[in-house]
Design a protein around this ligand. Structure first.
Ligand SMILES: NC(=O)C1=CN([C@@H]2O[C@H](COP(=O)(O)OP(=O)(O)OC[C@H]3O[C@@H](n4cnc5c(N)ncnc54)[C@H](OP(=O)(O)O)[C@@H]3O)[C@@H](O)[C@H]2O)C=CC1
Ligand SMILES: O=C(O)[C@@H]1CCC=N1
Length: 266
């Protein structure tokens, strides 16, 4: 099966990046329609409904903020019959929260991308309830067209996966910004520091993705014994400072997911 018609409820930063990615992958814009109670025009000239449509959609892509799920649930339920799949990018909100609100739907997928979906470079974490084998294949294709499809077996790990792969770009951007700020503090012009930091992260990420070596091994390959890099790594590694910081960063993000899940439970 393919999802020939997808209604997007919550066409914002994240689902906008997904549509950018799908259109770049060759999907026809006519596959996507938007529900928004107030907007009359959206990006790419996609069709917009200000009232809940009555037509059939193969899938509904939900992309509102997690605390807004009940703002749209009543209007959405009639659309989610047995021939329609719900795809949700909402952080935290669990499958059971959708099952209770949309009991008739043909399947529910938590689909966790990141903003690099716009470039076809998002890792996409997936977990589902009630999907047929052919629908699962179609969802895998949708995800693969935005980067990679990563099915997660255990929903208790989904918030951690979200923290790593969904929030992750935010952490990388903060790290990149801190590198540039550090170089500026040490005397480099700010704009030059930022250009160099961004280009460096771009190349380092591409190399890590293409390399046979793990990131840990690559760090060692950069660091000549007794050279400059090792001196810098010694600061990051002192008493496991960076590892500890990253663990706490992911723990805090993951635990916020659990709080949002609790807020969405009925
Ligand atoms: N940003 C990211 O990197 C990621 C976000 N997510 C998830 O994506 C979801 C959206 O986040 P994000 O895209 O950043 O937020 P945005 O605020 O950009 O997107 C939410 C969209 O929903 C629209 N909206 C609000 N109310 C309604 C309504 N009643 N009916 C239809 N549409 C409505 C908003 O329109 P308006 O502006 O007019 O209010 C807005 O366009 C969240 O649940 C988040 O957890 C997941 C992974 C990564
Ligand atoms: O910050 C958030 O809650 C969402 C989840 C992943 C990225 N943004």
């Amino acid at each position: 099966m393919t999802f020939a018609k997808i209604l997007i409820v919550g066409f914002g930063t994240m689902t906008g990046a997904m549509v950018d990615g799908w259109l770049a992958a060759g999907y026809a814009p006519s596959r996507f329609e938007i529900y928004h109670p107030r907007k009359s025009e959206v990006a790419h000239g996609l069709a917009v409904h200000n009232d809940w449509p009555e037509a059939h959609f193969d899938a509904v892509l939900l992309g509102v903020k997690p605390h807004m799920v009940d703002d749209v649930a009543a209007g959405l339920e009639p659309l989610l019959g047995p021939d329609t799949i719900l795809l949700s990018v909402l952080a935290g909100v669990e499958l059971s929260s959708y099952i209770s609100r949309f009991p008739r739907t043909g399947g529910i997928v938590r689909f966790m991308p990141n903003l690099a979906a716009a470039l076809g470079k998002s890792p996409n974490a997936l977990i589902a309830n009630g999907l047929s084998a052919s629908a699962k294949e179609a969802v895998t294709q949708l995800a693969s067209d935005l980067g990679t499809a990563e099915w997660v077996e255990d929903e208790s790990q989904f918030d951690l996966v979200t923290a790593l792969a969904g929030s992750g770009p935010g952490f990388v951007y903060r790290f990149t910004d801190a590198l540039a700020a550090g170089a500026a503090a040490l005397g480099l012009p700010e704009d030059q520091a930022q250009r160099l930091a961004v280009a460096m992260v771009d190349g380092a990420g591409a190399l890590a993705a293409a390399s046979e070596f793990s990131p840990g091994e690559l760090a060692q390959r950069v660091a000549s014994p007794g050279g400059m890099t090792q001196k810098g790594l010694d600061i990051l590694d002192d008493q496991g400072a960076l590892n500890q910081l990253m663990t706490e960063c992911l723990r805090a993000a993951r635990d916020r997911g659990a709080e949002m899940a609790a807020e969405a439970r009925e």
